[in-house]
Design a protein around this ligand. Structure first.
Ligand code: GLY
Length: 334
């Protein structure tokens, strides 16, 4: 099914991965007596709780998410809680508070979240709210809609009790002023190993949820919205199959609905790794991919995972078997 003419070196050998997984250590770690199983369609799958997320800022995000999974909480609460960590971190200049502004100096935020029932919520072009992921969650939980944008999203957030804040830190303002000296726009391929934070989690019941949040491309045109709030572009989950998140140049992801594509490829039988590679290949086949970065992460119902990017440098945090570690993704442009 993989039709593109580029070399593929799957990071995970599916057979070895399955044979090598240590079921007993996972269940022991979680304090479960017997391996738990979940039934999806006609397939009974052993539950393997996992949290996976993009870039270096995924490590503390995973830690916060895993606390919820470990105590028997829901994947949807885990991904929201995890996403809030880099959102609140002023040093993470690609997400939430401290995020780099657009070229006019406005910090505008995009986020989406999706639960195990297929329900989802998102916000785009939201300003002055530190935790857009939680506003997206409120859109999902408290409204009949999926997406709120701009002034309406802000009004909704304030009605829900969120605080209006200045999100442009002195450091981000200084970086913007420096950029203004030349005002040259060129996307940064791996912004100091952080960009959109995307998280996927499987909880102890075997339910899958995902979340994604970003301040978008630095110095973007005022009003630009990326892939991160678009369900099926920045993030998509299907509790019967798995989930995927995207990071990098949002426009390329939107043109291919990358995360929806990955989940559908897994539905068709691909491993998460194969599906991530195929989705990157779809971009490479039709777009000038050498000038930008895209990174995908995916998990399936069996707790297998995959990661792949266009350029070198994409890394991800994986919390599995009680261990939270950074890993390097394999990539296309060698
Ligand atoms: N992937 C984040 C953005 O393009 O806005």
């Amino acid at each position: 099914m993989i039709s593109h003419k580029y070399e593929i070196e799957p990071m995970i050998n599916r057979r070895n991965f399955i044979l090598g997984s240590t079921i007993t250590s996972i269940t022991a770690f979680l304090g479960l007596k017997e391996p738990v199983t979940a039934k999806s369609s006609n397939v009974t799958t052993e539950i393997k709780p996992i949290v996976i997320s993009t870039w270096n800022h995924g490590l503390p995000a995973n830690e916060a998410a895993w606390k919820i999974i470990k105590s028997g909480g829901k994947a949807i609460d885990a991904v929201e809680t995890g996403a809030k960590v880099p959102e609140a971190d002023p040093e993470a200049n690609s997400v939430g508070y401290g995020g780099y502004p657009d070229r006019d100096g406005n910090v505008t935020l995009d986020a989406c979240i999706m639960d195990e029932t297929g329900n989802c919520g998102s916000v785009s072009y939201l300003q002055h709210i530190k935790h857009p992921i939680s506003v997206a969650r409120k859109v999902m939980d408290d409204t009949p809609h999926v997406m709120l944008s701009g002034a309406g999203a802000l009004e909704f957030a304030l009605q829900k009790g969120f605080k209006k804040e200045e999100l442009l830190t002195d450091k981000s303002k200084a970086a913007w002023k420096k950029w203004l000296e030349k005002s040259e726009y060129s996307p940064i391929i791996n912004r100091e190993n952080h960009d959109t934070i995307g998280l996927l989690a499987i909880d102890q019941k075997g339910d899958i949820s995902g979340a994604c949040t970003t301040s978008g491309l630095a110095w973007k045109l005022h009003g630009r919205v990326g892939d991160s709030p678009i369900i099926g572009a920045g993030m998509f989950t299907d509790n019967d199959i798995g989930g995927a998140v995207a990071t990098g140049m949002g426009e390329a992801v939107m043109k291919t609905l990358g995360t929806f594509l990955i989940v559908e490829l897994m539905r068709g039988g691909m491993t998460p790794q194969e599906a991530c590679e195929e989705a990157v290949g779809r971009i490479a086949a039709k777009q000038d991919y050498k000038s930008f970065q895209i990174g995908y992460l995916a998990i399936n119902k069996a707790g297998e995972y995959g990661a792949y990017s266009i350029q070198k440098g994409f890394n991800y945090a994986l919390h599995k078997n009680g261990d939270n570690q950074m890993h390097k993704a394999n990539y296309l442009n060698k």
